[in-house]
Design a binder for this molecule. Structure first.
Ligand code: NAP
Length: 295
């Protein structure tokens, strides 16, 4: 069985690395805040002193950290994975970052004979803990095939979408759909309330038709209950919007709907709502309409 290294034991990485241990893989972990390694060590992992040391003890190194500069830091920085890597080692970045940065990192790793896959995920902390993530993978097909059992220990829907960076592009596509749909849901529900219809009945009526969606059912339902607690936090969504916009810039693609979504979420930042869930965009629409869904 391949020896796995795991860098980044945040909300996502903790559950994902535990699932690798459960599947029987020997796992070496590293986290910047060392205390977060303790539960993993109790579950049977080995703790390393740096990403370099993780690489020295692993055949495949997985990382899931916050943003593009953080991935650069743990993979290429001083004491980064690259310094402990050997020819033939595989590196899988599962963070949500820029596809442009991904391709640059992959080229640097390739100089050392290290193969890279980008494999961002969707499904949140629940999916990470339950091993039911959707994983969107970019990179060489043979490397993907070799790593498939590893992905299967962490996720349920695993799709190789293309070459390196294409996993991140697919995640950006996912986030365009999430945000534009959510803004539509918020606008439609505030419209229903202001027009005076029974909003619960209205929500039920449209959910089963052609306008039905996961966002309408789940986040729309939260909006009706006045529940703004995060499944996915606005502060993380703003990072993803920045990645989408940078990628659009690089391909000279106008994104009129996503731009509007970005401005609405920027407004929520100004309102101090970064810790709320993405459904809280309904609060901005309520302000514009001078109408409240609840109360
Ligand atoms: P998180 O709980 O904030 O954890 C972030 C992890 O990255 C922590 O282990 C943190 O270390 C580490 N880190 C950040 N910057 C670092 C640096 N410069 N050097 C070393 N380590 C660094 O975040 P998360 O929710 O697990 O998210 C991780 C990634 O998954 C993000 O790219 C996010 O967009 C993506 N994602 C998240 C979700 C979700 O629902 N949470 C869903 C899909 C995708 P410390 O412990 O020392 O801070």
């Amino acid at each position: 069985m391949k020896r796995i290294g795991f860098v980044g034991l945040g909300l996502m990485g903790t559950g994902m690395s535990k699932n690798l241990l459960k599947a029987g893989y020997p796992v070496t972990v590293w986290n910047r805040t060392a205390s977060k390694m303790e539960p993993l060590v109790e579950a049977g992992a080995k703790a390393a002193g740096s990403p370099r040391e993780v690489a020295e003890n692993s055949d495949v190194v997985i990382d899931i950290v916050t943003d593009s500069p953080d991935v650069e830091q743990v993979l290429l920085g001083p004491d980064g994975v690259i310094h402990g890597a050997r020819e033939g080692m595989i590196c899988i970045d599962m963070s949500t970052i820029s596809p442009i940065t991904t391709r640059e990192i992959s080229a640097k790793l390739a100089e050392k004979g290290v193969k890279m896959l980008d494999a961002p995920v969707s499904g949140g902390v629940i999916g990470a803990n339950n091993g039911t993530l959707s994983i969107m993978v970019g990179g060489d097909e043979r490397v993907f095939d070799e790593c498939l059992p590893i992905f299967e220990a962490m996720g349920k829907t695993i799709t190789r979408v293309g070459g390196i960076g294409d996993g991140q592009v697919t995640k950006a596509v996912n986030q365009i759909l999430v945000g534009t749909t959510m803004l539509g849901v918020a606008e439609a529900l505030v419209f229903a309330k202001k027009a005076g219809v029974d909003i619960e009945k209205c929500h039920a009526a449209v959910s089963g038709g052609a306008a039905g969606s996961w966002q309408l059912t789940n986040n729309g339902g939260r909006v009706l209950r006045g529940d703004m607690e995060p499944g996915f936090k606005i502060k993380h969504y703003l990072k993803d919007l920045r990645i989408i916009m940078e990628t659009a810039e690089s391909i000279e693609m106008p994104l009129p709907a996503t731009s509007l979504v970005q401005q609405m979420y920027r407004g929520m930042q100004a309102e101090g709502l970064l810790e709320k869930g993405t459904q809280a965009v309904s609060m901005m629409v309520e302000k514009l309409a001078n109408e409240k869904i609840v109360g």
